[in-house]
Design a binder for this molecule. Structure first.
Ligand code: SAM
Length: 325
């Protein structure tokens, strides 16, 4: 049995950088590998940003399906936004981001211990440590209010990063009891601690309000100087065209319609908006999004990703992109 040491160092608050203008902003990138992450699609998504962003007319940026946040980090590094509202329904993500925001120094120390310990082990011992961390992770209080910051979250956040970097394929999957159940991956030399990026993300989050909430919360923050990017969970691709099957999913067609209603409402409030989703017409003649967003601009961009259900074939498929500008 390996003794995984809980970091008992005194808690430090770091003020790592003085405040800076957007030209001095350090490039930050997603901390986690996340399903539906937009890093690879970024060059095509950037083409869709509104002119007003380039003209520095956008003051507030909102990303209500934050996930790994690839688009926020790009916008933060390249444009002069002053405030960001970043939301997600996944509490573990929000806990991690709040720890980066409030206590990055202790998070780095915790990760450094974990990384040193893990990389020094052979495969069998690594496996023991991985499952020990996973077991420990699943004992953390799932009812905790992710909007109410707690210093004890540092270790939990370190586990989120550790598991993401060492688990199979960087997946995040929980069972019906909310327990993380992804097996160990096969990375030989995973980079568990990326200190520079953690510090850059900490800096980026200085302009951010990070919230565990539903996407509809955007209504409280958007106006004419706001840009909103929506990246909801994908509408699953079915080759059978049996779309009723979707209704059992968490983000089903009713959720897509609720999102469309928010898109309309925010448009009337004057916000500039961009929404992306996988394009069902890659596989079947399914005009779902074309009908849902018929009053807005619909474009299609090419994405490279797994294109069959066995996940062993990559290829170019279309992603649908909707704007109100
Ligand atoms: C496709 S991912 C976003 C990926 C992100 N753009 C990136 O680059 O990593 C969708 C995210 O929406 C979140 N989500 C699902 N339902 C939600 C809801 N009702 N309100 C807010 N977020 C939600 C999920 O937890 C997930 O992180």
């Amino acid at each position: 049995m390996i003794n995984y040491q809980v970091n008992s160092q005194p808690i430090k608050q770091l003020s790592l950088f003085p405040s800076c203008t957007h030209q001095d902003r350090i490039k930050a990138s997603p901390i986690l590998k996340w399903a539906g992450g937009k890093t690879q699609l970024l060059p095509a998504i950037k083409q869709q940003y509104p002119q007003q962003l380039k003209q520095s007319k956008i003051i507030t940026y909102i990303e209500p399906f934050f996930g790994g946040g690839a688009v926020f980090f790009d916008i933060y590094s390249n444009f002069k936004i002053e405030k960001a509202y970043l939301f997600d329904k996944n509490p573990e993500l929000i806990i991690l981001y709040k720890v980066i925001q409030n206590d990055v120094g202790n998070l780095i120390e915790e990760l450094s211990i974990l990384e040193g310990e893990y990389l020094g082990l052979d495969t069998e011992k690594r496996k023991e440590l991985y499952y020990q961390v996973r077991e420990n992770y699943n004992t953390f209080d799932k009812q905790t209010d992710a909007n109410n910051y707690r210093q004890e979250w540092v270790k939990r956040a370190a586990c989120t990063i550790f598991l993401n970097k060492t688990c199979f394929n960087g997946l995040y999957r929980v069972n019906s009891k909310g327990c993380f159940n992804v097996p160990m991956g096969r990375y030989k030399n995973p980079k568990i601690l990326n200190k520079d990026n953690l510090l850059a993300v900490h800096q980026a989050f200085k302009i951010a309000e990070i919230k565990h909430t539903d996407f509809a919360e955007v209504v409280n923050y958007a106006n004419e100087s706001t840009f909103i990017y929506y990246d909801p969970p994908y509408r699953p691709i079915s080759e059978t065209a049996n779309f009723n099957a979707y209704s059992s999913l968490e983000f089903n067609d009713n959720e897509q319609k609720r999102l469309r209603d928010i898109f309309v409402k925010m448009s009337n409030q004057g916000a500039l908006q961009l929404l992306s989703n996988s394009d069902p017409t890659n596989y079947v003649d399914d005009p779902f999004f074309d009908e849902l967003y018929k009053d807005f601009n619909i474009n299609r961009i090419l994405a490279s990703r797994m294109i069959n259900s066995k996940g062993n074939k990559r290829g170019k498929i279309r992603e649908i992109v909707i704007t109100n500008y």
